[in-house]
Design a protein around this ligand. Sequence first.
Ligand code: NAP
Length: 252
Amino acid sequence: MTTGNETISSAPFGNTILMVGATSSLAQSMCHVLAREGHSLILSGRDEEELNLLACDLVVRHNVPCLILAADFLSPDFTTESFIRNAGAFDHLIIATGTMGNGDPLSLSDIAFTSHINYTLPAQIATLAAMRFAEKKQGSIVIISSIAGDRGRQSNYAYGSAKAALTAFASGLRNYFCKHGVHVMTVKPGFTDTPMTWGMQSPLMAGRDYVAEKIIAAMVRKKDVIYVPFFWRYIMLIIRHIPEGIFKRLKL
Ligand SMILES: NC(=O)c1ccc[n+]([C@@H]2O[C@H](COP(=O)([O-])OP(=O)(O)OC[C@H]3O[C@@H](n4cnc5c(N)ncnc54)[C@H](OP(=O)(O)O)[C@@H]3O)[C@@H](O)[C@H]2O)c1
């Protein structure tokens, strides 16, 4: 999985990982990589049946302890504090929750919804976990953002702006907590073959297992910000530098 003799098992963080948005296709691939390395998992999502199926699969294939934590972020009873309390003890947090919304950037309710799921809740969950990790002076947090947050585009700017906020938040969280022994990694995947990109045709589409392996390998190496695959760093560098006068006329 990683270069040389380095594996996640030898990483300087504990063994239990809380995976938020565990039913996401990308998260499921990451769970298999982590379980293969012997990590215990707490799987969180809103679909209890799906979580149970995933947990059974992980236990049977990799023989690791798996707990499930069913929680619907949109439920009126949901609070971030009780969510983190109910998760129990964990050494590491990965947040993979995300939604493209209904794709209509002119829908006011969709702007609020995409902000809530892609930004507000991940930011709150990461904050409480970071505070907890800071008390032990160890722990790490992986936040799955997106290349869509690097520049607003007409095709998905409600989603993209929520991811831009999440990217900025992760940068600040990393800056604030690094002196407390907490590591924060920002992940910016490009197009990845999951239900989120269903029907999208692109020669740049990456497989979810490939992306998952890259994320876990970078987590072991305590990277700060990664693009997956790597070439998106350069594509987005170019896209960010296109003058606004030209960019606003492009159909991206
Ligand atoms: N696929 C890509 O091309 C791509 C590119 C860049 C970044 N990303 C990011 O990578 C992460 C994983 O994406 P994916 O492609 O694997 O997506 P996915 O399969 O569509 O999974 C999305 C996850 O978010 C959860 N979710 C969505 N709406 C929710 C809601 N209202 N309340 C609670 N949970 C909700 C889903 O839970 P349910 O299973 O219950 O619906 C699921 O666990 C996301 O953060 C996404 O933004 C993906």
